[in-house]
Every structure is written in structure tokens, then in C-alpha cells.
Design a protein around this ligand. Structure first.
Ligand code: IPM
Ligand code: MN
Length: 363
């Protein structure tokens, strides 16, 4: 873990754009509260990378900054990126992929966990039925930007987007999924691909998964084609414990997963480099139409703080956050997307109040 010289651990906070700013305000208050009350020794540093800065200066994420994150920070918290004034999302890709690829955060961890059955759109599913984690490969596949245009703008135009899968890349994400299952007492890992149609990448994923599976005799190995997996997530989510898949498929199925837990507003994620600096972000985007209106659900961002603290070793504090969000949901102290009447800030206030109570009780 990277630490700086003072013995404190630096956390970079990048609110970004749109509702990323609203939810990061609340997430930051939660960080500050726990940092102070539990003496975590975190030093929060704020960065203004995002659309506003890009439009004013042309700067997205400078190389030196990435270097600084790599060498001097324990973790990065990102709100969201995306702004209608930059329709090609150039700055968003530059900043987001700059960190994911540049810091080699090859694991995108996205827990799908239902906190209260009233949030689940499926009939008759309890909190035990929706509780699994998706490991999305985060540095390869269709996302590497390999391809190009030919005769762009003409009727003969060709657009090619290639999926890049390396042995090393596939190996390390599947290994991470198996190790996670083993270390968390889980009994099954599901790998999903589309090897009935995508022969080359499918073949590599299959071979690595089957070979590596032999190292984990006590873990059940399961495979679904990605289209069938999407269906099974709705039909019988209780069958899943750990799912591992590629970048594109992981992107799609984690939005399905988010709905199972109450919507995108509830979903947290970690972009993990197991031996480097990690970046944590709620799964929802910048949703410009709700920006600055005090309506965005801050729970996804707050739960993301929990994931970050857990990753940094603050297990008790991560549990406190989960407990506080569960209680807020149970008591309908939520924003409108979850059926409540609170604004972003008021929902954040409530979490801080419950956290203070829980910490008081724990003393
Ligand atoms: C996500 C988002 C990003 C992705 C977009 C904003 C590029 O959808 O983190 O899931 O596709 O990875
Ligand atoms: Mn997505």
C-alpha cells in the first residue's frame, strides 16, 4: 500500500461532473466523519478534473498527476464523468480510462447486494437471494481502443473495434475471482463468455478457466453464455456467488445487477490493482439533467466509500456504512428513486446521523 511520509494515507477525491459532484459531497462527509471519529489517519485531497476544467483549459488528466496518484496515494474516489457539452465523451474517457488503464486497475469489482427486499424489482426475492459479486476485466477487451475508421463519412465507411484478450489479462482476472471465492468461503465461480459466437476470445477464456479451476478443487466451476447469464440473473439470481467476465459483458450485466439491488443509485464499484493504487466510483453516471438539483441518490457513492475503506483494511468502518445504509432504506429515509422524499443532502445527513449513533453504541 502506498503511504506518504507523514504516516497518513492520502485519498484523492475527484467529484467530476453532473451528479458526481452532488453525491461526492455526501460521500466526502461520510469519509470525514469516520476519519475523524475513528482516527483513520486519512488525508483527503480534492481535484477538479472534469468537464469544466477540460473546457476551460484543455486539460483532462495530466500524466504527472497519474504519476502522483501512483506514487503518493492510497486510493482515489471518483464521482462521475460526462457532460453534454462534450458529446464525444473525450475528457471522460481520458480521465476514467487514464486511471483504469494507466494504473493497471485490472479488476472491476461490482458487488450486487440487496439491502432490503422492497428494493428488488423481482417478485418474492429476499436479501439472501441477491448477493453476489461481479469481477469485470477492466483493462482489455473491446475497451482498449484498437480499431479505426476507413473512408469515414462516405457510404463505403468501415468502423472496426477489436477485442483484445491477452493470456496474462485473462489469467489474472480469473485468478482474482477464484482467490476471492476461496478467501471469502464461497463455493462457486461462474465464468461467462460468448464462445459459441466469439471463437478466439471464447477459446482463451475457456482454456484458462478450466485449467485454473483445477487449482481450486473445492470450488464449483460453472459457465453460462453471456446472453443466458443475463436471463439467469433475472430468473434465479440466488444461484450466483462470484461471476467473472470480460470488460464489455461485465459493463452490461452490472447494470442488470444494479437494478436487482434497487437501481443504479445503489451500486458501488472498485477499480482494483491488487498491488497498486485503486479507484472507487459509484456505478451510476453523471446524469446531467439531475445535476445540482439535490435529487441524486448518494447511497451508491456512500457504499463506494465503504468498499474503499474495506479495501484499505478498515473493515469495521465499512460495516458501519453498510449498516447505516440498510437502516436508512428500512426507515424510508431515502431519495425519490427508492420511494423516499429526501434530497441528496438530507439522505447524506441521515447516514451521518445513524453513523454517529452506531459509533456511540459501539463504544
Ligand atoms: C461504467 C461506465 C463506463 C464503462 C463508461 C462511462 C465509459 O458505463 O463504469 O460502467 O463503460 O466502463
Ligand atoms: Mn456501465
Amino acid at each position: 500500500m502506498n503511504t506518504n511520509n507523514c504516516g497518513t494515507r492520502k485519498i484523492a477525491i475527484i467529484p467530476g461532473d453532473g451528479i458526481g459532484i452532488d453525491v461526492t459531497n455526501e460521500a466526502t462527509r461520510v469519509m470525514e466523519l469516520l476519519n475523524c471519529s475513528c482516527s483513520l489517519g486519512l488525508e483527503l485531497a480534492h481535484f477538479d478534473f472534469g468537464a469544466e476544467k477540460y473546457l476551460a483549459t484543455g486539460i483532462s488528466l495530466p500524466k504527472e498527476q497519474l504519476e502522483d496518484f501512483r506514487n503518493n496515494y492510497a486510493a482515489i474516489f471518483l464521482g462521475a464523468l460526462g457532460d453534454p457539452r462534450i458529446p464525444d465523451m473525450f475528457h471522460a474517457r481520458d480521465i476514467l480510462f487514464g486511471m483504469r488503464f494507466g494504473l493497471d486497475q485490472y479488476v472491476n469489482m461490482r458487488p450486487v447486494k440487496l439491502f432490503d427486499e422492497k428494493l428488488c424489482p423481482l417478485k418474492g426475492k429476499s436479501v439472501d437471494d441477491v448477493n453476489f459479486v461481479v469481477f469485470r476485466e477492466n483493462t482489455e477487451g473491446l475497451y482498449v481502443g484498437a480499431g479505426g475508421f476507413f473512408k469515414k463519412g462516405t457510404k463505403d465507411e468501415v468502423a472496426i473495434q477489436e477485442s483484445v484478450n491477452t493470456y496474462k489479462g485473462v489469467e489474472r482476472i480469473i485468478r482474482y475471482a477464484f482467490e476471492y471465492a476461496k478467501n471469502h468461503g464461497l463455493t462457486k465461480v461462474t465464468m461467462s463468455d460468448k464462445h459459441n459466437a466469439l471463437r478466439y476470445e471464447g477459446d482463451l477464456w475457456q482454456r484458462v478457466f478450466n485449467q485454473m479451476g483445477e487449482d481450486y478443487p473445492n470450488i464449483e466451476k460453472e459457465h453460462w453464455f453471456i446472453d443466458a447469464l443475463a436471463m439467469q440473473m433475472i430468473k434465479k439470481p440466488e444461484q450466483f456467488q462470484v461471476i467473472v467476465t470480460n470488460n464489455m459483458f461485465g459493463d452490461i450485466i452490472t447494470d442488470i445487477g444494479a437494478q436487482l439491488q434497487g437501481g443504479l443509485g445503489m451500486a458501488a464499484s472498485g477499480n482494483i490493482n491488487p498491488s497498486g493504487v485503486c479507484m472507487f466510483e459509484p456505478v451510476h453516471g453523471s446524469t446531467p439533467k439531475y445535476a445540482g438539483k439535490n435529487v441524486a441518490n448518494p447511497f451508491g457513492a456512500i457504499l463506494t466509500v465503504g468498499l474503499m475503506l474495506e479495501h484499505l483494511g478498515y473493515i469495521k468502518e465499512a460495516e458501519l456504512i453498510e449498516g447505516a445504509v440498510k437502516r436508512a432504506v428500512r426507515e424510508n429515509k431515502t431519495t425519490q428513486d427508492l420511494g423516499g422524499t429526501l434530497g441528496t443532502k438530507e439522505a447524506g445527513d441521515y447516514i451521518c446521523k445513524v453513523l454517529s449513533e452506531l459509533m456511540q453504541k459501539g463504544k
